[in-house]
Design a binder for this molecule. Sequence first.
Ligand code: 4AZ
Length: 312
Amino acid sequence: MKVASVAAGLGISLSCLFNLVTSGYGQSASAQGSTITPEASAARQEALRANPQAAAIARGATGRIVGGEPVLIVDNPWQVALVRGFIAEPQRSQFCGGSIGTDWVLTAAHCIRNTIVREDPSRVNVVVGTPQFFIGGERISVAAIHVHPQYNDLTNEFDFALLRLSRPVTTGEAAVARPIELAAAATQVPDGTETLVTGWGAVSEGGPGSLDLLGAQVPIVSTAVCNRPESYNGDITANMICAGREAGGIDSCQGDSGGPLSATLNGRRVLIGVVSFGEGCARRLKFGVYARVPVAAQWIASTTGTAGGSKK
Ligand code: 4AZ
């Protein structure tokens, strides 16, 4: 997640940008850190000691993280972190995001068909219900992986994968984990619709990730605009959806892949995109590109069995 470096360069105040980023999606998440007990602080130190990835981020974060507005997990309870399954607790090595739909997780195919996971369910675990990927929540193993049959790693078409969890996510009263409604096949998302993308990904192109879940508000950009020569020059298909600002400065980035792009449509928060790709991060005219969820609605329903009993 990269936010605000361009705005900062232009002298736009961060507080102004924060309002921009959070409006419509609940308050800033500072409250998440404001009630830290001594016990929680000790647990956090212990988790950082145990986790080289998180400790490195924490060391780098002693200055100000470039942009990125923390969001509340209670406002984004479907957000999950994908962590390397072959690196055991207390370590958590985060590399992608995803979204909960009941006992399934929707993520990007390129998060699974890669050298980290190699489409092997034992090589990926899902962390749910925590705003800090390296501590808290629940870590759940994956029973099966389904990559969209039309995924094409050259064109990035249909960049979807479903993870069937080995057990359901705990959604009881204390749990901060809950499915998001998926946009139906017929859902149209008007250009200019404000959306929210969230994740623990890089806070600058090539930079470190974030310990705290960050969110960025980005408007939907028409496929025609996204296909202009100065943007993606015809590479954007009807199975993708672009979001971002012409000026750049606010975007998803490496490590956010697979995570949710959501919008409030007709008063309901729905998942409309999966973080897929972009040319760099937050570059001028290089909008973020997302796998368009409505085009996968039927595949998701038949694979997860939501039209009938749960399929294994
Ligand atoms: C990535 O490398 C990546 N700006 C994900 C999203 C975007 C760029 C890169 C979108 O996983």
